[in-house]
Ligand binder design. Structure first.
Ligand SMILES: [Cu+2]
Length: 425
């Protein structure tokens, strides 16, 4: 048994709820809560060391305050309602109003203090994945610290020693808490603002949920059969596009906190993996790719020159990861003429639909009845018709006139005359 003295002297200092509410109000910085899923464009830091901020896809970076040389953040672990895409909201757990939580951005050498308040119905902790830090700050409940009890606030303090891209997530009842959406990105920028400098720097996490059509809470005991494949807890067409200016050097940092690997693929350009959660890859060790597999618990930073104008697909290459729920139990019907049997079934089940005999593409275009709070399996409409995608899919939009620092979606690409595949027969 730990005595109270040990408790206070331990890795995470426990602050009583009373302290937080009154005398301690100024001791803990206010947490910014954001509940909408829009991408908030970055702001140059107004205090602390300078850095080039990242763009969190369908998210934002946490504000901080400087106090006696420490950069202080406040994360609140709590239940949140996250819109996965227009038409579907999920009941998740996250931080500061969202799943994932806000991105933490610091600079190499910063002394960082993070207050973590637990408003979940069960104890939690936060592990700072990939970081070099004192063992007692590593966030493994039971091993390096006691669990953060319900209603209490812990504080983590360490120096951001190694620049790179990291993640944060609970290390207490991990299966439940990660399946419910608890995670976030962490960027430690290099001290030298010119080092690894790019024109656009995006970040997001790969995650996945198993939510029954018509419901909103993930099944937390699912091991492999997830049905919603998400980027920062969003599915296509709810994932924002990555707007770039022609000629930009672009970095996309992708962390995987789902339970399977994802081969991430770009069209029209080739990239190099320039960083992992272990650090920056030396130039001589890089090779060109158009797909990179990101395993569970890994981060990959990819970089490319956005040379070619257009709307370029950027997605996971596993086919079923670019689809939404409902697809799993449908038998393959390609080549089966089941009109006769369908007539008989319709007499018993009036809503029965014949589907899939020409492939599944029809479903993107169909207005079939689906339960409330459920997304179609494939959706999205482009300038040439149905897109037939869902899940882990978005577009890298390269434009000549996209202004530096402008991340707004520029709309559909206007293809120059004679450059679109066409009907000839
Ligand atoms: Cu995938």
């Amino acid at each position: 048994m730990l005595s109270r003295r040990h408790f206070l002297a331990g890795a995470g200092t426990l602050l009583g709820a009373g302290l937080v509410s009154k005398a301690g109000a100024a001791a803990i910085p206010e947490a910014q809560i954001i509940q909408h899923p829009n991408t908030i464009p970055p702001r140059a830091p107004d205090n602390g060391r300078p850095f080039n901020p990242v763009v969190t896809l369908n998210g934002w970076s946490a504000p901080w305050r400087m106090k006696n040389g420490w950069k202080e953040f406040h994360l609140i672990a709590e239940p949140v309602l996250r819109e996965l895409a227009p038409g579907m909201k999920a009941t998740l757990w996250g931080y500061n109003g969202s799943s994932p939580g806000p991105t933490i951005e610091v600079v190499e050498g910063d002394k960082v203090r993070i207050f973590v308040t637990n408003k979940l119905p069960e104890p939690t902790s936060i592990h700072w994945h990939g970081q070099r830090l004192p063992n007692g700050m590593d966030g493994v409940a039971g091993v390096t610290q006691p669990q953060i009890p319900v209603g209490k606030t812990f504080v983590y303090e360490f120096e951001a020693r190694r620049p790179g891209t990291f993640m944060y997530h609970p290390h207490a009842d991990e299966v439940t808490q990660m399946a419910m959406g608890m995670m976030g990105s962490w960027i430690t920028h290099p001290k030298d603002i010119e080092q690894h400098r790019v024109d656009r720097d995006f970040v997001f996490l790969l995650n996945a949920y198993d939510i029954e059509p018509g419901s909103s809470t993930p099944k937390v005991n699912t091991m492999t059969d997830f049905n919603l494949w998400t980027w920062n807890s969003r599915v296509f067409p709810g994932i924002d596009s990555l707007a770039c200016r022609q000629g930009d050097r672009v970095r996309i940092r992708v962390g995987n906190l789902s339970m399977t690997n994802h081969p991430i693929h770009i069209h029209g350009h080739e990239f190099e993996v320039t960083g992992t959660d272990g650090g920056w890859v030396p130039k001589t060790a890089r090779w060109p790719e158009v797909t990179t597999d990101i395993a569970v618990g890994q981060m990959r930073a990819i970089e490319f020159d956005a040379t070619d104008l257009g709307d370029w697909a950027f997605h996971c290459h596993k086919g079923h990861h670019t689809m939404n729920a409902m697809g799993h139990d449908v038998p393959t019907m390609i080549g089966v003429d089941h009109r006769k049997i369908a007539d008989k079934i319709i007499r018993i089940i009036p809503d029965y639909m014949v589907m899939g005999e020409r492939g599944m593409g029809d479903m993107g275009d169909m207005s079939m009845p689906i339960p409330e709070n459920t997304l179609p399996m494939m959706s999205g409409h482009g300038p040439f018709g149905p897109i037939e995608m869902g899940g882990m899919f978005t577009l890298v939009k390269v434009r000549r006139d996209q202004k530096p620092g402008d991340f707004k979606d520029p709309g559909w690409f206007a293809h120059p005359r004679g450059t679109v595949a066409r009907l000839v027969d």
